[in-house]
Ligand binder design. Sequence first.
Ligand code: SAM
Length: 237
Amino acid sequence: MSKLETPKQERIGNIPGFIQVDEPRDVSSDFKQKTEELIDRLGVTEYEADTFLQYVEMLNIGDIESLNNKTILDIGSGSGAFKKVLERMIFPRFFVNLDNASVDLWEGRMDVQGDVKQLPFKDESFDYILMHCSVPIMQATTANRPWDIPVSIGEAVRVLKPGGTIKIYPGFMDIASAARRVDGFFLKKYGRMNAEVLLALKQLHEQYPQLRIKLTAVHVREYSAEEGKDSLLEITK
Ligand SMILES: C[S@@+](CC[C@H](N)C(=O)[O-])C[C@H]1O[C@@H](n2cnc3c(N)ncnc32)[C@H](O)[C@@H]1O
């Protein structure tokens, strides 16, 4: 086997039956025209508009109006751009940006500085929980702590209301194509990330048999239409 080939059992195809696998989605991350419209209409920056559109597309948010009057938590919110743009369009009941980075890094644009592994919220507090390019991928790569993934996803499920939804992108990586994309460097990390996400889901499936768990491969046209496969993971309580 060559260096970049991966054993079949590690690939995204081997998903247990309790996870619903949807048809792949083909999405774009090229939002030039929509970004300009948002800048004109809402007076936000290009970065904020682009980040907002990434969330909407990759997390498959659908109807923005459906977030009206809802309680929303953004875990690993970074610049907080999604909340800023959203609140110029609709009125969530409340929206909490949580990030563990220093306040200086994101110029204080998080509402709560905290760690996903120990969320400072009561059980069943939120209707929607968003994790965009934060958990699990940051724990598997930047933070180098993939073993934190099950407790992190478990915490999100704990603070989710019955009937609520968690949206995680990327939830899984197709490690063979990811490896081709980055020259093999992340092969091991993405493999471990997938294994830890799967472990999290198995534990949660036992603890909360009512959970609905859905995985959708996402082909991002600009960089992964042919070879890459990221996935949106959705958990409904
Ligand atoms: C790549 S940024 C994404 C930011 C934002 N979600 C976006 O898409 O623009 C990842 C963020 O996750 C945060 N993060 C990483 N590990 C975290 C943890 N254990 N708890 C809370 N936030 C974390 C980082 O500080 C960083 O701001």
